[in-house]
Design a protein around this ligand. Structure first.
Ligand SMILES: *[C@@H]1O[C@H](CO)[C@@H](O)[C@H](O)[C@H]1NC(C)=O
Ligand SMILES: *[C@@H]1O[C@H](CO)[C@@H](O)[C@H](O)[C@H]1NC(C)=O
Ligand SMILES: *[C@@H]1O[C@H](CO)[C@@H](O)[C@H](O)[C@H]1NC(C)=O
Length: 780
């Protein structure tokens, strides 16, 4: 049986073999052993240049970035042959092919979703968190937004070493880019330009200024000031505020029109940590590969090792399993859920049928009470091409104005962005659009700021409409429809719900580590937006809006980043692992009906692979009672137990590993993670068992007694020893042992089943909850 990560490895090996035979150059991240620099070289850069020059056929090596904080090494363009030569040199720990990452909004067309939050006003505008700096690695920032005003903020914290670079380039030459709120702004483009050539400065700014909107949006979710009134095209009126309204923001622009290149992301991490950020927020991701080949995992390790909390988006590849990304155990991986607000719209068909939908359309409505002719873009008469499938997607130039003019057009999801489809329909003369999910998208709805009256409907609604169009077309009364927009609805039940697009477990790299860690608001999130980008994100959209509503795990991640800053402010001595533990052990799994959260894509009950520990609970996270801490060396043991070689462990951690010692500590599942996960291969066994050792640190009342409550995964038996933990002082650590027995279950070859339960430690005041997950696999 091949696991998905093995498959990815195979693909990777294959690509390397193919590219080895060509002389195409591409970017590599080169890791060096920092202390191996011969003393004849005054600086590491001299050493790196000389090393490159020694690769015979390489003339004029162009070093893109040199890294020395989260990572030691540099990035450079090489041929595959040069890269493999370089890897054999002593002092070189690894040569990693660069990945291109994408931002995790659902504006990218493959994904979908539905919902939003205003932060609960947690801690109000107290000075709380004002000494903390959140570094946002993203598409840059629009500094003039009210969300980044510095009124009433004290001086910039002394420890801050960051700066504003490239200020005044692009719009607003000479503006004062930074202030006491936005304390740093840098950009990193060498990696991007090494692959794509010089950027087109009439399309994007060679400065930290945001020409996309994503970075402005995520930064203001993490730490935007209170702004009232806020809304997008009249939707979601109210107060906009980030999670930590007084925390400082530093923008590190590493994402460009063509994507986010590892060489630049690494440079951004390196600078952020050297500048003195407390939290890194990364709403960007790519393909899951082993940690020693993953630049983000390696830089995040370096950041964690400096005490910096790293939260990253889980990705929008849901609802399928194994889709979660950014899975390293030293990263907090955030999926997306709804809140109790949505933006309903409905589609009424000529036969009287009403289909629920969602929209943020804000222009003139369709004529009241009038039904418009309705066409399916996939039917031959509407489209110019003969390819019914792809033309159903309303791609640029695919619609025949003659048969679309004056009509509402049904388009299918996929390929081009949702808003772009609306633009195509409008250009062809259509008056409205219905956007139908495919089977993969399920029933989750994304509301968009469309450029014409348009609503999203689920997969089953789409089927109903197509059936109606087919049957009505055969009769004397051709198909008709209208769309009604119902504005903003609050106190929606059930809520929260796991967003359809939110990437799911199991963890493709280390199934024994439950990912995502938790979910946070990621649907229809209102946050700041640049002036130069319309709310639909389309170049032709000239509307201006101070705020915009977006969906994605990109929007969920900065909620956790902001909250982590507040936790760090309240508990300066907490490590990143303690902060994550506080967040996950207090997360909840019941919705506002008191039932287990649903999965938006199916309407069924969701599972730990969908929500991890649950939905983030800001108030509870401030006072978790107990936390599960993890040291840098625990992660080294974890990598040993994951069978990484000493060299690869050193490449990730910059620590010399002694894996023989680690064996005594046991298996991968013994990392002191705040969740417990066991994976068994059945091989005809009747019963499987394992144990977990955990250590909890008392961060609540000095004298406290915790008793355990076990809700075992169904069919399994779980015992905890001891059943009571008696603490005498704050900071005291106590161990416990969890024994898990699971009987074999009937499974077909190659299939698996997962059950989950919880372990709760309670002292009468706190409930410290960990998921316990057991997966049984029947080998092929
Ligand atoms: C830059 O972008 C503008 C606007 O899209 C385009 O007109 C121009 O041709 C581009 N320039 C280059 C050099 O690609
Ligand atoms: C969801 O529930 C339906 C029945 O309500 C069932 O047919 C389907 O298999 C379920 N889907 C999943 C993924 O469990
Ligand atoms: C590591 O290798 C040992 C020995 O081959 C094996 O028993 C164990 O399952 C492996 N662990 C992982 C996480 O692959």
């Amino acid at each position: 049986m091949t696991t998905p990560s093995q498959t990815i490895l195979h693909i990777l090996t294959l690509t390397l073999l193919i590219t080895l035979t060509t002389s195409q150059t591409s970017t590599y991240i080169v890791q060096v052993q920092h202390d191996a620099k011969p003393s004849i070289f005054p600086t590491h850069t001299h050493w790196y240049t000389s090393t490159l020059n020694s690769l015979s056929e390489l003339t004029n090596p162009q070093i893109l970035h040199v890294y020395d904080t989260v990572f030691n090494g540099f990035s450079v363009k090489l041929s595959p042959l040069q890269a493999s030569k370089l890897e054999t040199l002593s002092g070189v720990l690894g040569v990693i092919p660069e990945q291109v990452r994408q931002i995790h909004t659902t504006r990218s067309p493959q994904f979908l979703g539905l919902e939003k939050t205003d932060s609960s006003g947690l801690l109000k505008e107290s000075d709380f968190g004002s000494d903390l700096v959140i570094g946002v690695i993203d598409t840059g920032i629009w500094p003039e937004r009210e969300s980044f005003n510095d009124r009433g903020l004290g001086p910039i914290p002394d420890k801050w070493r960051g700066e504003c670079v490239g200020v005044g380039v692009g719009v607003g030459v000479g503006v004062k880019f930074c202030n006491r709120k936005l304390v740093g702004a840098r950009f990193f483009a060498a990696g991007y330009e090494a692959t794509n050539g010089k950027m087109n400065e009439s399309v994007e700014y060679r400065s930290p200024r945001d020409s996309d909107g994503h970075g402005t949006h995520t930064a203001s979710i993490a730490a935007g000031r209170y702004v009232f009134p806020a809304s997008t095209l009249g939707y979601a009126r109210g107060v906009a505020a980030g999670m930590a309204p007084k925390a400082r923001v530093a923008a590190y622009k590493a994402c460009w029109v063509g994507g986010c290149y590892d060489a630049d992301i690494l440079a951004a991490f390196d600078a952020a940590v050297a500048d003195g950020v407390d939290v890194v927020s990364l709403s960007v991701g790519g393909v899951v590969v082993p940690y020693n080949l993953d630049s983000i995992a390696i830089s995040a390790f370096g950041a964690m090792d400096h005490g910096v909390f790293v939260s990253a988006s889980a990705g929008n590849g849901g609802p399928g399993g194994l889709s979660v990304t950014n899975v390293a155990p030293w990263v907090t991986t955030v999926g997306a859920g709804t809140i109790d607000r949505d933006f309903p719209a409905s589609v009424k068909l000529g036969n009287g049928m009403v289909i629920p939908g969602a929209s943020l359309y804000g222009g003139p409505s369709l004529a009241l009470g009038r039904l418009y002719p309705l066409n399916y873009a996939g039917s031959g008469s509407v489209t110019k091409g003969s390819d019914g499938y792809s033309s159903s997607l309303c791609l640029e130039g695919s619609l025949d104005p003659g048969s679309v003019k004056g009509k509402i057009v049904l388009c299918d999801r996929g390929i081009n962005s949702r808003a772009a489809k609306g633009q195509v329909v409008r250009k062809a003369g259509g008056v409205g659009m219905i956007l139908a999910n495919g089977v993969f998208d399920g029933e989750g709805l994304v509301a968009d700021c469309h450029v014409l009256p348009a609503a999203a409907v689920g997969a089953s609604g789409g089927d109903d409409i197509r059936r109606y169009i087919t049957s009505a077309s055969k009769t004397q009364s051709p198909p008709t429809a209208t769309i009604t927009f119902k504005g903003t609805r609050i106190r929606v039940r059930p809520a929260p719900v796991v967003a359809s697009f939110s990437a799911r477990g199991p963890n493709p790299e280390t199934p024994e580590i439950l990912k995502p860690d938790l979910i946070a608001p990621g649907l229809n999130i209102l946050a700041a937006w640049p002036d130069m980008v319309g709310p639909s994100g389309l170049p032709s959209d000239k509307r201006k809006t101070e705020f915009n509503i977006l969906s994605g795990t990109s929007m969920a991640c900065p909620h956790v980043s902001g909250l982590a800053a507040l936790l760090k402010a309240a508990h300066p001595e907490w490590t990143p692992a303690m902060i994550r533990s506080a967040l996950t052990t207090t997360a909840y799994t019941l919705d506002n009906r008191g039932e287990t959260m649903l999965d938006e894509s199916t309407g069924n009950t969701s599972t730990v692979f969908d929500f991890g520990a649950g939905y983030v609970n800001p108030q509870k996270a401030m006072d978790p009672g107990l936390v599960y801490d993890i040291s840098t060396y625990d992660y080294v043991d974890f990598l040993c137990n994951s069978n990484y070689t000493d060299k690869n462990i050193r490449a990730v951690t910059r620590k010399i590993a002694d894996c023989r010692g680690a064996e005594k500590a046991g298996h991968v599942g013994n990392l002191n993670y705040p969740s417990l996960s066991a994976v068994f291969q059945q091989y005809g066994k009747r019963k499987m068992s394992t144990h977990f050792i955990r250590t909890v640190t008392n961060v609540g009342d000095p004298k406290s007694v915790y008793k355990v409550t076990v809700n075992p995964p169904s069919g399994a038996s779980v015992t905890v020893e001891p059943e009571q933990l008696v603490f005498r002082r704050e900071g005291q650590k106590l161990n416990f042992l969890v024994k898990l027995h699971a009987p074999a279950v009937k499974l077909t070859q190659g299939s698996s089943v997962t059950k989950s339960g919880t372990i709760e430690w309670k002292d009468g005041k706190h409930v410290v909850t960990s998921p316990i997950v057991v997966t049984m696999q029947q080998p092929m």
